[in-house]
Design a protein around this ligand. Structure first.
Ligand code: NAG
Ligand code: NAG
Ligand code: NAG
Length: 500
């Protein structure tokens, strides 16, 4: 054993000198990728196939997004061209490993999704823009209800077979619901018992155990529990994650499993847990070999999170192999970009006027706690005008976007609830996120703004029968109707009536 390990390390070290990509590194370590999913880049130096597929909501047509070159970053410009003046979702994540373990819209399981026959939502194609060493790419910003899955995989470990996983996620986008996972799950979309999953989880669901602080933590979703160590307990070696790009790793084999993690923009990995499985049904494991992204094994889909890239390996990767993968991730140069393509001025007072023909004298205003549109002019009383004026604030749930505070009801903000817009106040994470919106160049053109929900990037401010909603083009609610979608979601944002 020692001599074999030494030999493998020697090979891996020389390969890393020629900038091997993550799956090249895993292969050198004797633990090849059996699934490799990335929106952002090729995970093999020689991979030049499709990374993911986008679907245009306006006409249902699809396009594959490729790397710019073999081993390169995704061609985000091809997506931007294809999706210009409409909205797109990510419909497929291709598998770069050659096993065709493609992820698509997750089917129903013990829990249903919102779509026809209980399928989950697909993620917006623009929810998580980033750059890699200055080149634009997109990740998956997964809202509650969103999920991807493959129940009929090839070469994914089953039973107690050894497996490794890594995923790059965003520690500023999480919640305490089950379960923002990437990894091995049940093929039946239902909970089949202890040890039937082995996935990496990021979030602060604390039902089955925690790390330190408030979370989010990287934990292992091993089914019937998000484990931060052997038992369902607080693991004081497992820290709260804070960075916008974090690497999380979970690996397991008979008698041993580990959780490791680190900042995906700098530095190395720390081992948060390395030891035996809980003896109660987890040793050996009973992995089934399906793959989930953004959901639990039983299709629990209340969690939210962001995924940029990740792999599953056959075999238990050595710490050294994983350290080299982390070095490659850091070298990939992930960086955040402004989510607003048409920024607003924080502190300014604005009006938000509809542009739909026949309705373009109507402004976003409020009638009590309901957001509605009303015809408004300078002939209205000052009090009436002020119901249609909004102060732009730093986003309560994400400071890189905005919140809209009522002029006549200070301390109250536009928030969505059940995808309808209300004027309310609050002081909880859920309220803050529901009250956070990003400003994009309008779907209807340069002189308009389209204002999307931060937490549901497929959903844009829309007026429909004079009521305010956040609407997905072609979604399941009546206010998601495709007709007039671009007009109904494009607004003229101007200085306020009075404070102009
Ligand atoms: C998760 O974190 C949020 C934000 O820090 C906090 O408001 C919430 O109470 C936490 N949930 C649990 C279950 O600890
Ligand atoms: C405001 O809401 C009340 C109660 O629903 C309704 O009667 C009234 O017509 C609304 N006013 C406007 C201007 O829409
Ligand atoms: C402005 O006045 C018109 C005409 O009375 C009225 O219908 C409209 O609701 C008023 N706008 C607001 C924001 O109250």
């Amino acid at each position: 054993m020692p001599s074999r390990t030494t030999l493998i390390l020697g090979v891996a070290a020389s390969v890393s000198l020629v900038a091997a990509a993550p799956c090249d590194i895993y292969a050198s370590g004797g633990t090849p990728c059996v699934a490799a999913h990335a929106l952002t880049r090729a995970l093999y130096d020689n991979y030049d196939g499709a990374l993911y597929q986008v679907t245009r909501n306006s006409d249902g047509s699809t396009m594959d997004i490729y790397p710019l070159e073999a081993g390169g970053v995704a061609n985000a410009a091809s997506q931007d061209d294809f999706c210009a003046s409409t909205t797109c979702v990510i419909s497929l994540l291709y598998d770069q490993s050659g096993n065709n373990n493609v992820l698509s819209r997750a089917p129903p399981g013990a829990f249903d999704g919102p779509y026809t026959n209980g399928y989950d939502d697909l993620a917006s194609a623009i929810g998580a823009p980033v750059t890699l060493n200055g080149q634009k790419a997109y990740g998956i910003f997964s809202s509650p209800g969103t999920g991807y899955r493959n129940d009929q995989t090839t070469n994914i470990p089953t039973g107690g077979d050894p497996q490794g996983i890594y995923a790059i996620m965003d520690a500023n986008h999480f919640n305490d619901n089950c379960c923002f996972d990437y990894g091995n799950a049940e093929t039946s979309n239902t909970n089949t018992g202890n040890g039937h999953m082995e996935a990496v989880y990021l979030g602060n669901c604390s039902i089955w155990g925690t790390g330190t602080g408030e979370g989010p933590w990287f934990m292992g979703d091993l089914e019937n529990g998000l484990f931060s160590e052997q038992y369902l307990a607080e693991n004081t070696d497992n820290p709260t994650q804070t960075e916008p790009f974090v690497t999380g790793m979970v690996k397991g084999m008979t008698d041993q499993w580990a959780i490791r993690g680190g900042n995906a923009q700098s530095g190395g990995l720390t081992t948060y847990w390395n030891g035996a499985f809980d003896p109660n049904g987890y040793n050996p494991m009973s992995k089934e070999g399906a793959i989930v992204l953004g959901i639990g094994g039983d299709n629990s889909n209340g969690a939210q999170g962001t995924f940029y890239e990740g792999v599953m390996t056959s075999g238990y990767p050595s710490d050294d192999t994983e350290n080299q993968v982390q070095a490659n991730i850091v070298a990939a140069g992930y960086a955040s970009v402004d989510l607003n393509t048409a920024p607003l001025t924080v502190g300014s007072t604005i009006t938000i006027r509809a542009t739909t023909p026949g309705y373009d004298t109507r402004y976003f205003s409020h009638n009590g706690t309901k957001i509605v549109t009303e015809v408004t002019t300078t002939a209205n009383s000052t009090a009436e005008q002020q119901t249609a004026e909004w102060v732009v604030r730093d986003g309560l749930g994400f400071s890189g976007c905005y919140s809209f505070e009522s002029v006549d009801q200070p301390g109250n903000f536009i928030r969505h609830y059940g995808f309808e817009l209300y004027l309310e106040s609050g002081n909880e994470k859920q309220f803050f996120e529901d009250a956070t919106f990003c400003s994009l160049t309008g779907l209807q053109g340069q002189n308009t703004n389209s204002i999307r929900s931060w937490s549901y990037p497929t959903r844009f401010f829309r007026h429909y029968a004079d009521v305010g909603y956040i609407a997905t083009e072609g979604g399941v609610q009546f206010f998601d109707a495709t007709g007039n979608y671009n007009y109904d979601t494009s607004f003229v944002v101007s200085d306020g009536f009075l404070s102009g």
